[in-house]
Design a protein around this ligand. Structure first.
Ligand SMILES: Cc1cc2nc3c(=O)[nH]c(=O)nc-3n(C[C@H](O)[C@H](O)[C@H](O)COP(=O)(O)OP(=O)(O)OC[C@H]3O[C@@H](n4cnc5c(N)ncnc54)[C@H](O)[C@@H]3O)c2cc1C
Ligand SMILES: NC(=O)C1=CN([C@@H]2O[C@H](COP(=O)(O)OP(=O)(O)OC[C@H]3O[C@@H](n4cnc5c(N)ncnc54)[C@H](OP(=O)(O)O)[C@@H]3O)[C@@H](O)[C@H]2O)C=CC1
Ligand code: HEM
Ligand SMILES: [Cu+2]
Ligand SMILES: [Fe+3]
Length: 510
């Protein structure tokens, strides 16, 4: 039955890059030679005979897995219901045969079959007894909600004489083929048998992945839920950003387009795609940035108010504190777009028309040398401040990349995120103030009685900056640092009567 007499390479052979010419066909080529996998010679852990690995199923996942295993120097045997049909799709070094024959010799068998077909494997029970079964399956969202036990636990219940290990479900067939250099390297592994877990971990390592032990098979439910998640921490911040965008866009539309149309009969709808967007984006970026630093201020205020740090923050604040990274990155995204849009402003043909028309008007009225010193300075300064603010924000964004964050110690990271982030907020505020200048006090800036947009955005940031400034006052900063070292306000300890204590608790939770 065997297609090739799958030779078992010894360790010294395995350390050499596998020669592609030995294999034939597209699927045959190992995508990564052993030398490229950054293994820390973990293969040396294997006995001199390459262990045989079994795979049940011949689908996408099975094919990619076989390719990867063969490319990692392991000996592979694939069990299919129709081996003759699919034998050409597998690397020639892999043996492809009937299910019953395939599961005979390997100690470890990957079950690359969907959950609903597990029961069709029950006929193999006797041959599988005592072996390690690796469950790689991913439930659909519906299946995950529908079944109480995980796929892996279900498999274990069907084969009580086997040891089931949950692994590799977070790796796509594509990543397996392309090699672990692209995409996620981490493979969460769980099983009730430490020995089996170790064997599968070593396999993962040999294939260039990083096994992560997540405990007993009961954790399989959690592991199976991982691929079902789609950017979980981003939902609320994204909705927030979209909400702000819609609000400010509508507000700017009314002020910049609707008002001239209704009251001055001017058609300025051309502003919709760029100009209005560029007054909206910076407002969203700026407000989001202040919302990154507001919860820290609220937390500190609450701690000062309660005189202790040992009371839990309310849930909404806790949640908010945890989503600051996403809110901050969205703010950076909008600010970066605002910068690019701003650079585009003078490129527009409408800008040139307006400029030429203004020049002609000046010629007609015989005016010369239009130069308002104050405006010139104001613009130079607000643009410079904007560039500086964006520069500092970029530092924050760069340090939030895990690889950079890992190279910083806690204090360095905190300095960039907390101190420089606050500097960015102050710079943005100065940028906005110098841009807005005295227009908040000019009647002509109020369209439909609506104040200029920038005045709306200033509210939250100014409160944050003000309160942060207050916390620098010696009396408050001293008290705050005492609280953070575990000191508690006398009154919190004084009440000892149960009723009084309950009362104290109640009032401190406002
Ligand atoms: C572009 C960009 C990228 C960002 N990337 C990240 C990121 O990768 N990761 C991230 O976490 N955030 C990120 N953020 C969010 C933000 O920069 C951080 O959360 C920053 O640390 C907030 O600073 P803070 O001073 O407001 O809060 P913190 O320094 O966290 O302090 C908040 C509050 O916690 C309490 N507190 C602080 N220290 C103590 C203590 N020792 N004991 C008890 N209580 C204490 C106080 O009440 C304090 O006011 C990013 C923001 C932006 C704009
Ligand atoms: N594709 C991917 O990227 C990933 C897949 N997975 C998991 O791997 C498993 C396989 O997925 P995938 O390879 O994509 O699926 P496919 O549909 O491509 O392959 C499934 C294979 O199951 C085998 N099989 C065994 N018994 C039966 C049966 N009774 N009825 C039908 N098929 C049977 C078939 O092989 P034969 O006919 O030779 O017996 C078939 O090729 C799934 O559990 C999936 O969740 C996990 C992570 C990523
Ligand atoms: C390279 C960086 C930047 C440049 C070149 C820049 C440029 C500009 C320009 C040209 C305007 C006037 C827009 C208009 O005429 O409608 C403006 C306004 C504004 N900018 Fe920036 N900016 C930069 C960075 C930032 C950053 C980082 C923030 C805050 C996070 C910010 C917040 C604002 C705000 C709130 C306004 C007022 C919008 C309004 O109400 O009309 N800018 N900026
Ligand atoms: Cu959340
Ligand atoms: Fe499930």
């Amino acid at each position: 039955m065997s297609k090739t007499g799958a030779s078992k390479p010894c360790v010294s052979q395995m350390c050499q890059p596998i020669v592609a010419t030995k294999l034939s066909g597209k699927m045959d080529k190992p995508l990564i030679s052993r030398r490229l996998v950054d293994s820390d010679s973990s293969l040396a852990e294997f006995p001199s005979e390459a262990p045989k690995v079994g795979i049940l199923g011949s689908g996408d996942f099975a094919r990619s897995l076989a390719t990867r295993l063969v490319g990692s120097g392991l000996s592979v045997v694939v069990g299919s219901r129709h081996p003759k049909r699919i034998v050409g799709l597998f690397p020639s070094a892999a043996k492809v045969t009937f299910q019953a024959e395939a599961v005979g010799s390997p100690e470890v068998i990957f079950v690359a079959v969907f959950r609903e077909h597990y029961s069709s494997l029950c006929g193999l029970s006797d041959q599988l007894a005592g072996k390690i079964l690796v469950d790689v399956s991913n439930p659909t969202e519906q299946e995950h909600l529908q079944h109480r036990e995980s796929n892996a636990e279900y498999l274990a219940s069907l084969f009580p004489t086997c040891t089931v290990v949950k692994a590799f479900n977070v790796i796509s067939a594509w990543t397996l083929q392309a090699g672990p250099r692209d995409g996620n390297r981490q493979v969460p592994i769980c099983s009730d048998q430490p020995e089996a877990k170790r064997t599968v971990s070593e396999l993962a390592h040999a294939m260039g992945f990083t096994p992560v032990d997540v405990g007993s098979l009961a954790s399989a439910q959690e592991i199976e839920a991982i691929p079902l998640r789609l950017l979980p921490g981003w939902k609320v911040p994204t909705i927030l950003a979209l909400g702000l965008f819609i609000f400010f866009y509508t507000y700017n539309f009314i002020r910049d387009v609707l008002q001239p149309y209704v009251q001055e009969n001017k058609n300025e709808f051309y502003k919709l795609p760029l100009s209005v967007v560029n007054t909206t984006l910076p407002c969203v970026a700026y407000v989001l940035l202040s919302l990154v630093y507001l919860p820290g201020v609220l937390a500190a205020t609450l701690q000062l108010w309660r005189g202790t740090k040992y009371h839990r923050f309310p849930d909404w604040l806790d949640h908010w504190l945890q989503h600051r990274k996403q809110i901050g990155l969205l703010s950076f995204f909008c600010a970066a777009l605002h910068a690019v849009y701003s650079v585009c402003l003078p490129v527009r043909i409408s800008y040139r028309y307006n400029l030429v028309n203004l020049a002609i008007k000046q010629v007609l009225t015989n005016k010369s040398h239009l130069w308002v010193e104050e405006n010139v300075w104001r613009m130079e300064i607000y643009l410079s401040l904007g560039v500086l603010a964006l520069g500092v924000l970029s530092l924050l964004a760069v340090t939030s990349l895990p690889s950079i964050a890992n190279s910083l110690n806690w204090r360095e990271f905190n300095f960039v995120q907390s101190t420089l982030g606050f500097v960015a907020l102050v710079l943005s505020t100065l940028h906005t103030l110098t841009y807005g200048w005295t227009r908040a006090f000019e009647e002509s800036s109020y369209k439909f009685y609506l104040p200029p947009t920038f005045t709306l955005t200033l509210l939250v940031p100014c409160v944050v900056i003000l309160v942060k400034g207050l916390f620098l006052l010696p009396c408050l900063s001293h008290r705050l640092s005492k609280i953070r070292r575990g000191w508690e306000k006398d009154s919190a300890v004084k009440f000892t009567l149960p009723m009084d204590h309950a009362l104290a608790q109640k009032t401190s939770h406002v």
